[in-house]
Design a protein around this ligand. Structure first.
Ligand code: GLA
Length: 391
């Protein structure tokens, strides 16, 4: 979010809260994310390399005297009300990201009372930039501050992920919520999902920009296919476990084990597992590239990741493949691939700063010619994670 948008969003949310509830709220913000490399590895106990970006959910919250929950989404222009005793899925969907987090905090033994929330955001929705994770994290952080719950950042991210898994029903890994909560300016987060240890890798080359091209499509099979991929990975692990009980996830598996125990049993599951195991290695090699400032080599690995997601993991789609193919031979684009869960959303591209305008123009024109759809380009600036905006 640039400073003007940030201030406008904050003012709008603040103002709306005062109008609706006649009170001064506590304000927080929580960002969306990009992921440079390491896709579909988080729920396999693997590694990911995300970063928080300058697009946020801004959320205003205040206490109530009863146990009611009153919610208002400025972007949707919708309100929803329930109580702490009736935390169930709503017909509107967006309240679920808030209610699911409240439920998780209660499950973890925290005491809440009623609250009001107004929120808005500038994270494009359905674009794979994790606007829902940002809303979950903003909610958890805000409830923590409001009721002095003393929850640490890791537990906030885990509660937000659990809300998505159990309440919303998407069996996502921890990447999106972790990136939103732990983001730091100009730094990527190398997160090890096996034990949540993480390190920051500086990413601040003035000659490069992270450009996102939004396909502007979200195919309907996205969440069912996501859960199916997860099950396929678990099945692959179970085949190896019969011979190597010490292998608990694809993180522990080797390509040799896949060849021996998974390939003869199920070719499709083998492809899924092969992609994941090689992607974890690719991420580690990619981090070595970054430490040496070798962005050319890093970019090539991004294209390799796309190939794996397209042909082995099969979570890409025509629109994503077109966007990647359009930049493949452009010397100003070091790397490109689909990002996030797949079946729509954005590609992430590493582009030479001085050529960004030309690349965006050319890709936009060609994408329209090939698909009859309009792409939207975003520049992602790596920014700080979840924070309180007022005292
Ligand atoms: C979605 C999920 C994440 C992760 C990515 C794929 O964004 O929410 O947990 O699995 O897909 O890498």
């Amino acid at each position: 979010m640039d400073t003007t948008t940030a201030v406008n969003l904050q003012d709008a949310v603040h103002e709306s809260y005062r109008e609706l509830f006649n009170d001064t709220p506590l304000l927080v913000r929580s960002p969306g994310r990009v992921n440079l490399i390491g896709e579909h590895t988080d729920y396999n106990n693997g590694l990911v390399l995300p970063a928080a970006i300058d697009k946020n959910i801004v959320l205003a919250i205040g206490k109530r005297d009863d146990n009611a929950i009153h919610l208002h989404s400025l972007d949707q222009g919708q309100s929803y009300a329930t109580t702490l005793d009736e935390l169930e899925r709503s017909p509107l969907l967006w309240p679920d990201y808030i209610l699911g987090v409240a439920q998780q905090l209660i499950k973890r033994g925290h005491t809440l009372q009623g609250f009001n929330i107004v929120f808005a955001g500038d994270i494009p929705q359905g674009a794979g930039l994790s606007s829902s994770a940002a809303l979950e994290c903003a909610t958890g952080f805000a409830l923590n501050e409001l009721f002095d719950l003393d929850i640490n950042r890791l537990d906030l991210a885990l509660a937000a992920q659990a809300a998505e898994n159990d309440f919303v029903g998407v069996k996502c890994g921890l990447m999106d919520q972790f990136a939103s909560v732990f983001g730091q300016e100009h730094r990527l987060i190398k997160l090890d999902c096996a034990d949540f240890s993480h390190e920051y890798i500086p990413f601040n080359n003035p000659e490069l920009r992270i450009v996102l091209f939004d396909t502007q499509v979200k195919h309907s099979l996205a969440s069912s296919a996501y859960n199916e991929r997860r099950e396929q990975c678990e099945y692959g692990v179970s085949l190896i476990q019969k011979h190597h009980p010490e292998v608990r996830s694809l993180r522990d598996a080797t390509l040799e084990q896949l060849d021996r125990y998974v390939k003869p049993a199920d070719e499709v599951v083998y492809n899924r597992c092969y992609y994941v195991v090689s992607e974890i290695t690719r991420l580690q090699d990619g981090c070595d590239d970054l430490r040496k400032d070798d962005f050319e080599s890093f970019g090539k690995r991004m294209f390799d990741t796309h190939g794996g997601l397209q042909h082995l993991y099969e979570v890409s789609c025509q629109e994503l493949d077109i966007l990647v193919d359009l930049v493949r031979d452009d010397p100003a684009v070091l790397g490109a691939r689909m990002m996030g869960g797949g079946f729509g959303g954005c590609t992430i591209n590493l582009v030479k700063a001085e050529e960004v305008d030309r690349v965006v123009n050319e890709v936009s024109r060609a994408y329209y010619q090939k698909t009859n759809k309009t792409t939207q380009a975003y520049i992602a600036n790596i920014s700080a994670g979840t924070a309180r905006l007022n005292r």
